[in-house]
Design a protein around this ligand. Structure first.
Ligand SMILES: CC(C)(COP(=O)(O)OP(=O)(O)OC[C@H]1O[C@@H](n2cnc3c(N)ncnc32)[C@H](O)[C@@H]1OP(=O)(O)O)[C@@H](O)C(=O)NCCC(=O)NCCS
Length: 148
C-alpha cells in the first residue's frame, strides 16, 4: 500500500499516514475518547492513522459507497491540534479517495465547531444544507460537500 510521507514545518517531525491495524483499535478508542467520541467499530470504512516517529497522533474514518464518500470521523490528539495536522491528514485522505475513484466527499459538522469549519472551508468543502438543532447541545448540523 502507498504511504503518504511528509515533514511538517510546524510540527518538525516525520509524519506517516497509513491504514490502522486491528491491534491498534484500543489506541484509537483512547484517542477518540480524548476528543469526545464514543467509538463504535465499523468494518466497512477506510481507517487511516497519522503517525509520528513514536505514536499515532490522529485518526480519520471514511465510509465509501461507489463513487461517494463520507468523512465519519477526523480527530487529532488534543496536544497536537492547531499545528497543521488536521489539514495534512485530510488532504492525504482526499488524495487517496480520488485514487479510489471517489468523485464526491461529504461530511457533517456542528455550526459551533469553528476549528473544523475553518479546516473544511480551507480545503474547499462547500455548505450543502443545514439541519437545525440536530445535535444534542442544540447546535445545527452543517452538511458540506467537496467534488474531487
Ligand atoms: C478539527 C480538527 C480536526 C482540526 O485539526 P487541527 O490539526 O487542529 O487543525 P489545523 O492545525 O490543521 O488547522 C487547519 C485549519 O483549521 C482551522 N483552525 C484550526 N484551529 C483553529 C482554531 N483554534 N480556531 C479557528 N480555526 C482553526 C483554520 O482554518 C486552520 O487553517 P490555518 O492554520 O491556515 O488558519 C482538530 O482540531 C480536532 O481533532 N478537533 C476535535 C475533533 C473534531 O472536532 N473533529 C471534527 C468533527 S466534524
Amino acid at each position: 500500500m502507498a504511504e503518504g510521507k511528509t515533514t511538517s514545518k510546524r510540527v518538525g517531525e516525520n509524519l506517516l499516514v497509513k491504514e490502522v491495524l486491528e491491534s491498534e483499535y484500543p489506541l484509537i478508542k483512547n484517542l477518540l475518547k480524548d476528543v469526545g467520541y464514543n467509538w463504535q467499530f465499523s468494518n466497512t470504512s477506510l481507517k487511516l492513522g497519522l503517525y509520528n516517529e513514536k505514536e499515532i497522533i490522529a485518526y480519520t474514518e471514511i465510509s465509501i459507497v461507489l463513487d461517494e464518500a463520507n468523512i465519519d470521523i477526523i480527530a487529532i490528539t488534543p496536544t497536537y491540534q492547531g499545528r497543521g495536522l488536521g489539514r495534512f491528514l485530510l488532504k492525504e485522505s482526499l488524495k487517496r479517495l480520488k485514487e479510489k475513484g471517489v468523485k464526491k466527499v461529504f461530511l457533517e459538522v456542528s455550526n459551533n465547531n469553528k476549528k473544523a469549519l475553518g479546516l473544511y472551508s480551507k480545503l474547499g468543502f462547500k455548505k450543502l444544507l443545514e439541519r437545525k438543532g440536530y445535535y444534542k447541545d442544540g447546535s445545527d448540523a452543517i452538511v458540506m460537500e467537496k467534488k474531487l
